[in-house]
Design a protein around this ligand. Structure first.
Ligand code: COA
Length: 422
C-alpha cells in the first residue's frame, strides 16, 4: 500500500455538524432551547394564527402582509393554481408507477415552461416563480392522488384558501374549517427550518446563479430521503403495527436490537422536544376530537411517545433523542384522509415557500457556495508500464478488412447472445 504523505487534513465535522454555512434572516433553530424563530416570530406565535399565505409573504417580503397585500397575494396565488397542460401530462404519465414525491419532483421541473423569465434571478423573476411553484405544488399532489385512485383530477377553486382548496381538490367536497385550519397550521409549522439538508441543497444550486425552479427541484430530491422528510409515513406504519399501548415496549426494543432507528425521534440540532412536535400534537389532538378512530390513534401515539423516549434514553444514554416534527405530522395528515406515501409530498407543499425564500436570499447574496474537501486518499500512485502489447494491437489487417463492408463502412457487429455474456 502506498505511503500517505502531505499534511494531516483538518478535522471535518461529519455531516457538517455545527458548521455555520451562511447568514439568514429567514429562520433560526436553537436546538438546546427547543426554539424555532421564523422571520422574527416564535413558531408558537405564528402557527395557527398566521395563515400559510401570510407566512409565505413574511419569508418572501420580510414582513407579514397588511390586509391589501394579503388579498393581492391570495388572488395571485389562487390564479396560478391551475396546472399547465405539460405539467398535468407528466403527472398523468407517471401516475401509475411513481410515488407522489417523485411525481412532484418530475412535475415541478416542468413549471419553468410557462414562466415569463424562467432563467431570471432578479427579485421580480424570483418572486413570480415563488408564487407559481407554491401555488401549484398542492394541485400536483392532489391531481396525482385522484389519478392513482382512478378518478379525474378536480380543478382548483380560486375562492378557497390555500389549504382548504387542497382538501377540496383531494376529496371533492369543501372541507370542514377545522380540517383546513389543521392543514394550514401544518404547512406554516414546516415552512422553514434553518439550514436543513433540502434548503442547503436549494441554496447551493441558487448560488451558481441557477434559477428558482432548478433549485426547488433539487431540494425535493434532498427532502425525500427517510433521514429528512421521509419519516412520517413509517411513523404511521409503526403505530399501526404496534396496535395497542402494551405492545409498544417489546416492539421498540426489537427494532433497536435489530439496529433500526425509531422514526419520529432524534434530530441533528434539537436535543429537547422539537417545538414543531408541540404545535402539531395540539393540531392532531384537535383533529382527533371528531372521530373515535383518530382519538384511539392519538392516545396510542401519546403512549408510544413516552415509551420510546424511555427506551431510547436507555439505548443511547445522554444522546437526548427526543420527539421530532415527523411523529405528530403523521397523525395530522392521516386524520385529513391522506395516505402515508403522500406525506413527504405534503411536507414539500409547505417547505416550498421556505426554499423559495432562501433562493431569493441566496440570489441577493450572489456568492458561489464552493467549499473544499480534506483529501484523505493516497498520493503519488504511478501507472504500471505494460509488460506486453495489449492483445487488440496485434489484430491483423485481414481481420480489419473482414469487418468492413464493400462501401468501406464498418459492418454492424453481430450481437453476442446473452448466454455467452453470462
Ligand atoms: N432511533 C434509534 N437510534 C437513533 C435514532 C433513532 N431515531 N436517532 C439517532 N439514533 C442514534 C444514532 O444511530 C447514533 O448512534 P451511534 O452514536 O451509536 O452511531 C446516536 O443515536 C446519535 O445520533 P445523532 O448523531 O444524534 O443523530 P444524527 O444527527 O446523525 O441523525 C436523525 C439525526 C434525524 C437523522 C436521526 O435521529 C434519525 O435517523 N431519526 C429517525 C428518522 C427521523 O425521524 N427523521 C426525521 C427528522 S426531522
Amino acid at each position: 500500500m502506498p505511503a500517505m504523505s502531505g499534511p494531516a487534513p483538518p478535522p471535518t465535522p461529519r455531516g457538517l455538524e455545527g458548521v455555520v454555512a451562511t447568514s439568514t434572516r429567514l429562520s433560526h433553530v436553537d436546538g438546546a432551547a427547543g426554539e424555532l424563530i421564523i422571520g422574527g416570530y416564535e413558531l408558537a406565535e405564528l402557527a395557527g394564527r398566521a395563515s400559510f399565505e401570510e407566512a409565505a409573504h413574511l419569508l418572501w417580503r420580510g414582513r407579514l402582509p397588511d390586509a391589501r397585500a394579503l388579498a393581492s397575494l391570495r388572488r395571485e396565488m389562487a390564479a396560478a393554481r391551475r396546472l399547465p397542460a405539460q405539467t398535468l401530462a407528466v403527472v398523468r404519465a407517471a401516475a401509475s408507477h411513481a410515488r407522489p414525491i417523485d411525481v412532484l419532483r418530475m412535475a415541478a421541473a416542468t413549471l419553468s415552461l410557462d414562466l415569463d423569465d424562467p432563467d431570471g434571478v432578479s427579485p421580480a423573476a424570483d418572486l413570480a416563480a415563488a408564487k407559481a411553484l407554491t401555488a401549484r405544488f398542492p394541485t400536483i399532489v392532489a391531481a396525482h392522488a385522484r389519478l392513482v385512485a382512478g378518478r379525474r383530477p378536480i380543478a382548483p377553486r380560486a375562492d378557497l384558501g390555500h389549504a382548504a382548496n387542497f382538501l377540496y381538490m383531494i376529496h371533492g367536497v369543501e372541507p370542514d374549517p377545522i380540517a383546513a385550519h389543521a392543514l394550514d397550521t401544518y404547512w406554516v409549522t414546516v415552512i422553514d427550518h434553518g439550514m436543513n439538508a433540502s434548503t442547503f441543497a436549494a441554496r447551493v444550486i441558487a448560488s451558481t446563479r441557477s434559477d428558482m425552479v432548478s433549485a426547488v427541484t433539487g431540494a425535493i430530491g434532498a427532502l425525500k430521503g427517510p433521514l429528512h422528510g421521509g419519516a412520517p409515513g413509517p411513523v404511521l406504519e409503526m403505530l399501526r403495527e404496534i396496535k395497542t399501548a402494551d405492545r409498544a415496549e417489546p416492539w421498540l426494543r426489537r427494532e433497536l436490537a435489530a439496529a433500526r432507528r425509531i422514526m419520529g425521534f432524534g434530530h441533528r440540532v434539537y436535543k429537547v422536544r422539537d417545538p414543531r412536535a408541540e404545535v402539531l400534537s395540539r393540531a392532531a389532538e384537535e383533529m382527533s376530537r371528531a372521530e373515535l378512530r383518530d382519538r384511539e390513534l392519538f392516545d396510542l401515539a401519546r403512549a408510544v411517545e413516552s415509551t420510546a423516549l424511555r427506551v431510547l434514553e436507555e439505548h443511547k444514554p445522554g444522546r437526548n433523542l427526543r420527539t421530532n416534527v415527523e411523529f405528530y405530522t403523521a397523525l395530522v395528515l392521516q386524520s385529513l384522509g391522506l395516505r402515508p406515501e403522500q406525506f413527504v409530498a405534503m411536507f414539500a407543499c409547505g417547505r416550498v415557500a421556505g426554499w423559495c425564500a432562501h433562493v431569493i436570499e441566496q440570489h441577493a447574496e450572489d456568492r458561489l457556495i464552493r467549499p473544499q474537501s480534506a483529501y484523505v486518499g493516497p498520493r503519488g500512485l504511478r501507472i504500471a508500464a505494460p509488460t506486453q502489447p495489449p492483445a487488440r494491437a496485434q489484430t491483423s489487417t485481414r481481420t480489419k478488412v473482414a469487418n468492413t463492408s464493400r462501401t468501406g463502412s464498418p459492418r454492424p457487429r453481430k450481437r453476442r447472445s446473452t448466454s455467452s455474456l453470462r
